[in-house]
Design a protein around this ligand. Structure first.
Ligand code: F6R
Length: 359
């Protein structure tokens, strides 16, 4: 039940620290070693390429997973829209492994790809929040997100659970393959830092509501920008905001704006910029300058280690590869308050249903 919450979306945002701790307890032992079914780890370790298929928010979680799998498992990884791959099946490597990310386990677009995969005897894993769901039954393997029921149409805790669970699997596979990066990765610690970081953000939600009121609600459009994992989170932040507040929002690779889209920046256009990538932090600062000088109202969401005077939301310091777990939370809250303070039905945005069972 919603308890004292006006909407499930906020309840589910608030539950994320607990979800992080639960995944850590269930899938990592006291020494931080992954506790994942050997059959799954072996099957993925044999692959020469991982293909992740999903839709919407789950697709965005896959974009983060791609970077994590390549870094810690050392296996080339591709991410595709299930709705596209089902009808234009991508060219396969010799030993592909398919991962389906799906909160509901019922998304029709993803089922089409899985049916094709099964015809071709491609091994597959479904990461889902719903035990016994269709995609779970039809894939070779299942890993459960253990996020608890997600009721709000806009997905929040399933996204962070998908990112964390991919990290756990990547570590397990990387260790199996003898990858030093995987062995050295203190994921247990990372998830506990993430849980604390999320808690800090949700405890400061009033400040985020003020930002939503001041900058987002008056605007018809908005942008999210970032590079690397921050780009993946930008896409998710934009989807969340437009989905529940009806403010048209685009997520962009920060440097791509200047190749065309920057012409849309006017006085007062909100641009939310994410900086958690050590490689590109300074470059993104340059892109912020470009939009600010054209009149944009810039909101920055910045990891502590990269923070400068004047930043709007400073996140606790966290491993780049886990940064999405924390940096997405202010974006979720901005979306929530933009919707709520416009008087909209946050949990049931128009034209949408919780699971999309048509192609
Ligand atoms: C957005 C959202 C959707 C779902 C998408 C896939 O907030 O919830 O974009 O992520 O419809 O759903 P699942 O993960 O159930 O396959």
């Amino acid at each position: 039940s919603k308890g004292t919450y006006e909407f499930y979306m906020l309840k589910e945002i608030d539950e994320q620290p607990a979800v992080m701790r639960r995944l850590s307890t269930e899938y990592l032992d006291e020494n931080g070693e992954p506790v994942v079914d050997d059959k799954i780890v072996d099957a993925v370790a044999k692959a020469d390429r991982i293909y992740i298929f999903a839709a919407g928010t789950s697709y965005h979680a896959g974009l983060v997973g791609q970077q994590i799998f390549e870094k810690f498992a050392g296996i080339p990884t591709e991410v595709g829209y299930a709705s596209e791959a089902g009808y234009h099946f991508p060219m396969m490597s010799k030993h592909p492994f398919f991962i389906f990310l799906t909160q509901s386990g019922e998304t029709a677009d993803s089922r089409v790809v899985l049916t094709e995969a099964n015809k071709r005897h491609i091994p597959s894993l479904t990461m889902t929040n719903v035990e016994g769901s269709t995609l779970s039954r039809e894939a070779d393997y299942t890993m459960l997100l253990k996020a608890g029921p997600e009721i709000a149409v806009a997905s929040t805790k399933a996204y962070t659970a998908q990112v964390a669970l991919q990290a756990i699997l990547a570590k397990a596979v990387g260790e199996k393959l003898g990858k030093q990066e995987a062995k050295d990765w203190n994921l247990k610690h990372g998830l506990s830092i993430a849980a604390e970081g999320i808690q800090e953000i949700v405890d400061g939600k009033e400040a985020i509501e003020k930002l939503a009121k001041k900058y987002l609600i008056p605007s018809r459009n908005a942008f999210y920008i970032g590079r690397g994992i921050d780009h993946a989170v930008s896409l998710e932040g934009a989807l969340k905001l437009k989905e529940v507040s009806y403010i048209q929002t685009e997520g962009f690779a920060a440097a791509e704006l200047k190749h065309g889209t920057i012409s849309l920046i006017e006085d007062g256009t909100p641009v939310i910029a994410l900086i958690n990538d050590p490689v590109t932090a300074d470059l993104t600062r340059g892109n912020i300058q470009e939009v600010a000088s054209r009149g944009a109202n810039v909101i920055t969401i910045v990891g502590k280690q990269f923070a400068k005077e004047g930043d709007t939301i400073v996140l606790p310091e966290i491993d780049y590869y886990l940064s999405a777990l924390v940096s997405v939370v202010p974006a979720q809250l901005l979306a929530y308050y933009a919707s709520k303070d416009k008087g909209l039905d946050v949990d049931k945005p128009r034209n949408l249903a919780k699971s999309v069972t048509v192609e």
